[in-house]
Structures are given as C-alpha cells and as structure tokens.
Design a protein around this ligand. Structure first.
Ligand code: MG
Length: 390
C-alpha cells in the first residue's frame, strides 16, 4: 500500500456472555489478572497501523467497561487512539451494524471486526491481515481442521471431508464502505455477510491462541501460570527433658530424651515449611503473620501456621507442586518417623504423598546441630501461581 490507509478496529463485546458462568459477563472476567476485554483492546491499540480502537458494549455494561478499559487502558493512551464505546443491539449482527454506523463520520478505509472472546491476538496475525488488505476483498484469519469431522443427522453418521475446511477466526478485515453495504440480516460473522454480497474473501493463517473463550474451563485453561519456589529455614533449641518426652516435628510426636524449646510447640519442620510456602507466595515470613510477641501463639499447635499458609495459597489460586524438607540433627533418628512425617504433611496440605519429601542429615557432629544443642530444618516449596503480569 502506497499511502497509509485509515484502519479502525471494532471490538464486539456486547454479549451477555453467560455460558462461561461467573458473576460478570465473560468479556469482563479476569484472565490471568486482567479483564478479558482489556487484552484485545491493548493488543489492537499497540499495533501501529491501526488508527483507532472502538468497543461495542451492552448498554447495561457501562460500569464494567469503565473498570475494564477506562481505568486500565485509557489513561495510558494520550493520542486519542482509543475511541468512546458504542452501544450494541439485541444480536451480534445488530451490534456490529451499530458499530459500523458509529464510524460513518470517520469513514475509515478499512475496518477490523474482532470478538472480545478471542483475547490473545498477536501482532503477527495482525501484520498478516493488514498486509493483505485490498479494496476488493475481505481478509479473515483461518486455521485448517485437524480433527476427523463427521456429521450426525437422524441417527446416521456421514463422513465429511476435511479437505478445504477452515476454522474462521477474528479479527476479520474489510473495506469499510463495502462492509456497511453488505452487512444485513442475521449473519454469524462479517465474512458471512461479505460472501453473501458476492465479494471475494482471502484468508491468512490464524492462530490457536486466537481461539474463542466460551466456557469457564476455557477461561481457566488459558490463564498463564508461573512457577515460584520458596525456601524456609528454622532452628529450635534442644533442652534435656529428663525422661522420655514427646517432641513435635512435622506435625507428629516423636519420643526423645530432649524437647524442643520455643514459643509455640517448636515444630521446627512445620515452621521451615510455613516459611517456604510464604516465600513462594512472596507473603513475608512466619514471624510477620504470627509474631512471637503475641501471647496467642504461646504453646500453639504449629498446624495452624501451615493452615494459614495453605489458606493464602488457595486465596491466590496457587497449587503446591512439591515440598521438600531436610531435617538436620544427630538425634532423634528421623528414618523411623519419615513416612509418618510425610503423611502428616501431605494431609495438612491436602497433597498426594509423592508431592512431599522428607529427608534427614547430620552435620558430622560439627556445629550446634552436631553438639545436639538444637535441631535445624530447611524446606523448599514449589508452587504454580496465576501469572498476573503475563
Ligand atoms: Mg520456629
């Protein structure tokens, strides 16, 4: 193209989006920490060939739109590239026609119509579409059908040849004036109206990531995640107990002639593990959640510390992938208690047993652990979290 054509992107976001469940329509639901709609808006705004972005919304969704787009996107856009929202109609086709009508004064050369339910548009697919723009044709992204396709009617299966079958995605691009004229009736997408009017349609390679988000499972599966690792370390002093005493480690009682000294039940293993979990979440340490100065935690069962860490894990939508614990002491021998400790920790965290590892070592009689003055424990927790910044 010799001169820079004016290209406007229209995002269709007027639907109720109820099939995906949730308290708000799907286009306003959070997708890895950002409202779904804001993702399309941001990707289209970022493309240098697009001169304006407009969103077609449901008249009842002004507040949702303000939260998803006005508050997040518009302050960052100073060149007027983000236009005011347009109220849509009863059906998708009505909404698109309302959007096209709203562009009459601007009269762009081309319009890209995009579904808000396809939030992950890449610059590459936009480049491919824009490179093909031409006054005579429409351009759609498409992908071949890779699964076997059969049709089912009245109890009978029929083979359908995959050859030539294409899955049509959005954004779909057209010369503006010709699309305004072609867009009539109850069409499911702009390409249908365009083809029905007898125009030529070209396609460029689409992308799997452009697939439509329809159900709650679609939304959940698309949420990018990141792996975070936290480490924890703790020491408690050993005091002679005089006779057989039960010390608490990993949530189980172990008979020993010494006891662990501490403000709470001195469960050195659960304390290290709590810190590892908090570390992976970036949520401070056990002391910041349960200050030793607070009399409430005197003699406390350390399972409450783990329960609080687990509550924070759940609240963040995180999953514990693995925990690995090393107990450092000369005595008691950990080996005979290892399986019980693993089970106890797996139960506390609601994990399968093989997600929990308990190991033990000595320090060859060196240092405070070697002199049996104290027991140390270290823990590593690996978590999978929603990637808020993706
Ligand atoms: Mg401690």
């Amino acid at each position: 193209m010799d001169t820079q054509p004016r290209i406007v992107a229209l995002i269709v976001a007027g639907g109720a989006g109820r099939r995906a469940g949730g308290s708000v329509p799907k286009q306003y639901q959070m997708l890895a920490g950002k409202p779904m709609l804001s993702r399309s808006v941001a990707r289209l705004l970022a493309h240098p060939a697009i001169s304006q972005v407009r969103v077609i919304i449901h008249p009842d969704h002004s507040t949702l739109y303000a939260g998803a787009v006005c508050a997040r996107i518009i302050p960052a856009v100073e060149d007027g590239k983000m236009g005011a929202p347009i109220f849509g109609g009863a059906e998708r086709a009505d909404s698109v026609r309302a959007g096209l009508a709203a562009l009459a004064e601007l009269n762009p050369d081309y319009v890209l119509v995009h579904d808000a339910a396809r939030p992950f548009i890449s610059a590459a697919v936009l480049d491919r579409i824009i490179a093909k723009l031409d006054h005579g044709t429409g351009v759609v992204p498409a992908l071949p059908v890779v699964d076997t396709v059969r049709s089912y009617h009245d109890g009978a299966w029929q083979e359908v040849s995959r050859e030539g079958l294409q899955r049509i995605q959005t954004p779909q691009a057209f010369p503006y004036a010709a699309l305004v004229e072609a867009h009539t009736g109850h069409v499911t997408d702009e390409a249908a109206a365009w083809l029905a009017a007898g125009h030529a349609l070209e396609y460029v390679e689409g992308e799997e990531q452009l697939r439509k988000m329809t159900t709650a499972a679609d939304i959940a599966a698309t949420n990018p995640r990141r792996i975070a690792t936290g480490s924890g370390f703790d020491v408690h002093q050993l005091m002679p107990a005089g006779e057989k005493h039960k010390m608490r480690m990993g949530g189980i009682d172990i008979e020993h002639d010494h006891k662990l000294h501490g403000h709470s039940d001195a469960d050195v293993v659960l304390h290290a593990l709590t810190d590892a979990l908090l570390g992976a979440l970036g949520e401070g340490d056990i002391g910041s959640h349960f200050p030793p100065s607070d009399a409430r935690w005197k003699g406390a069962d350390s399972k409450i510390f783990i329960a609080e860490a687990k509550r924070l894990v759940d609240a963040r939508g995180a999953f514990i992938q693995h925990v690995d614990i090393t107990v450092i002491c000369e005595a008691p021998k950990i080996g005979p208690h290892r399986d019980a400790m693993r089970s106890s920790i797996a139960n506390l965290l609601g994990l399968p047993l093989n997600y929990v590892s308990v190991k033990a070592t000595t320090t060859e009689q060196l240092g405070f652990t070697g002199r049996k003055e104290g027991i140390a424990a270290q823990a590593v927790a690996t978590l999978s979290l929603p990637a808020e910044d993706a």
